[in-house]
Design a protein around this ligand. Structure first.
Ligand SMILES: [Ca+2]
Ligand SMILES: [Ca+2]
Ligand SMILES: [Ca+2]
Length: 496
């Protein structure tokens, strides 16, 4: 047994530090295990995070001591070795009623080991700890391979998803930390400080006109103003699917855990609105630098104003993702039908053994213009607390969350996916991200059906791009060229 081989300690300490950091994802320790490992790295034995109540310890053998020899040696000292050697060491069971820290101390003092720590629980990195995920969300999110995507990317707080809808419940426990805050505006001074056309808009803007809103909404203030709170529920539900905080131990997980939400209210308290307000809302979202604009509404009217608003937003670099419609007919609604808009139809067909999320939902619009199928039946998402139990919004026992069905709710799955891709590839154009996601779709359940969203496959694509003469950018680090209609274009995007 060598105890003086200090040359091995430095890389050893580094690898231990990494191991401790990985283990820390499963531990709710208030103190930093990384710090304790670093502090003791110069000592003879590194003691990692060891809660007193730990049931197993893991000890790595001194350099030069074989793990099977360590197993025999610590067993001879009276420790309860659980199973054979594991990797570089052994697992030791903490006897019932014993203090794990005391057992760890004795192991560390044995002169046989280079490290001791609790054999803590690790989770697959893609599975969030949100309590409603496993029971309510996994059954459809695994179909679009969200867990595999999360192993690579959780989204970035610099990525903004505008939800042009009924507004947002700012106080929702899974959304309140995810708001896009406009720091150029001063709140409650009655002025449009940043000259963007909306008064006091620190968190989104309301465009619903007094003249056309349903009288039951009892609006009293002329838009555009800051009042983008959600008095219906639709917008909050959409926002949660795209970007509810994930892995925060609370409620559910959105697709892009860390993205920011910009609420733009264009639908009134009955979830209806006018083309004029919708067009203004889309333009506002683009002007505020939204990376993705989610439009979970549509009209059968081919509107010049909507078409122009969409073109304006695309020219600013935003990706517009829109609901194909819920009429169960061939052909889709506007703005989903406009060129360059990503159109989404709901999947979800009742079969004897459960909902088939690979097949188009019976109510969804279909046809060649549909870009993506994404689950849209019995989805869980966020509901404004004040709306629970009203107008069809039923909330679960655990809190302000409920279930919803519709292409409206399939749409933010794709919007959230674009946000994840934007976090992964900050410098390519929006069209490039769309091409990536389209190139990674899964076949639908039957021939002729639209193809299904596959979030992980898009993140796994590797490609090399050349942006300008002499300037090359590599995404994913691989060699396989991306095949898709959109070329790389780092300059045209309006986001930064
Ligand atoms: Ca303003
Ligand atoms: Ca102001
Ligand atoms: Ca959550």
């Amino acid at each position: 047994v060598r105890t003086d081989d200090l040359g091995d300690w430095r890389p050893l300490a580094a690898s231990l530090l990494l191991g401790v950091l990985l283990a820390a994802t499963a531990l709710s320790a208030a103190d930093s295990p990384a710090r304790s490992a670093a502090a003791s790295a110069g000592a003879s034995v590194v003691v990692g995070e060891t809660p007193a109540g730990a049931d197993f310890l893991y000890a790595q053998a001194l350099p030069g001591l074989r793990p099977d020899a360590l197993a025999r040696a610590v067993a001879a000292l009276g420790f309860d070795v659980a199973g054979g050697p594991r990797g570089e060491g052994v697992r030791v069971r903490v006897p019932d009623g014993a203090d794990a820290q005391e057992v760890a101390g004795r192991l560390a003092a044995s002169g046989l080991v280079r490290s001791v720590e609790a054999d803590g629980v690790v989770r697959a990195s893609g599975v969030p700890d949100d309590p409603l995920y496993a029971g309510a969300q996994h059954r459809y999110l695994h179909v679009v391979r969200a867990p595999e995507a999360w192993a690579r990317q959780h989204g970035d707080a610099g990525v903004v998803i505008a939800v042009v809808d009924t507004g947002l419940d700012w106080d929702h426990p899974d959304l309140s930390d995810r708001l896009f805050v406009n720091t150029r505006e001063t709140f409650m001074n009655g002025r449009d400080d940043d000259d963007n056309g909306c008064i006091d808009d620190i968190v989104g803007c309301n465009f619903v006109s007094l003249a056309t809103a349903d009288p039951s909404c009892r609006y009293r203030h002329d838009p555009p103003n800051w009042r983008a709170s959600d008095d219906e529920g639709h917008g909050t539900f959409v926002a949660g699917i795209a970007a509810a905080a994930g892995d925060n131990g609370t409620g559910m997980a959105g697709i892009a855990w860390n993205a920011r939400i910009l609420p733009v209210k264009v639908l009134d308290c009955t979830a209806t609105g006018r083309i004029s307000d919708a067009a203004a809302g889309i333009r506002y979202a683009a002007s505020m630098g939204a990376d993705v604009i989610n439009v979970s509404f549509g009209t059968l009217t081919d509107s010049p104003a909507l078409a122009e608003a969409v073109a304006f937003a695309r020219a600013r670099g935003a990706v517009i993702v829109a609901s194909a419609g819920n009429d169960g007919r061939r052909g889709i609604t506007y703005p989903a039908a406009y060129p360059g808009v990503v159109s989404v139809a709901a999947s979800g067909l009742e079969r004897p053994d459960g909902v088939d999320y690979r097949a188009t939902a019976p109510f969804a619009d279909f046809g060649g213009e549909v870009d993506f199928l994404a689950p849209g039946v019995d989805l869980m998402s966020t509901v404004p607390s004040r709306r629970c139990g009203l107008d069809g919004w039923e909330c679960v026992e655990e809190g302000p969350y409920g279930f919803g069905t519709g292409s409206s709710f399939a749409t933010p799955m794709v919007a959230g996916s674009i946000a994840l891709l934007r976090a992964q590839y900050p410098r390519v154009s929006g069209d490039f991200l769309v091409a990536l996601l389209q190139g990674a779709r899964q076949p639908g359940a039957s021939p002729g059906e639209a193809h299904l969203l596959d979030i992980a496959a898009a993140l796994e694509r590797t490609f090399t791009t050349v942006a300008a003469p002499g300037v090359s950018r590599t995404g994913g680090g691989g060699e396989a060229p991306l095949t898709g209609p959109a070329g790389p274009d780092a300059g045209a995007g309006g986001h930064d």
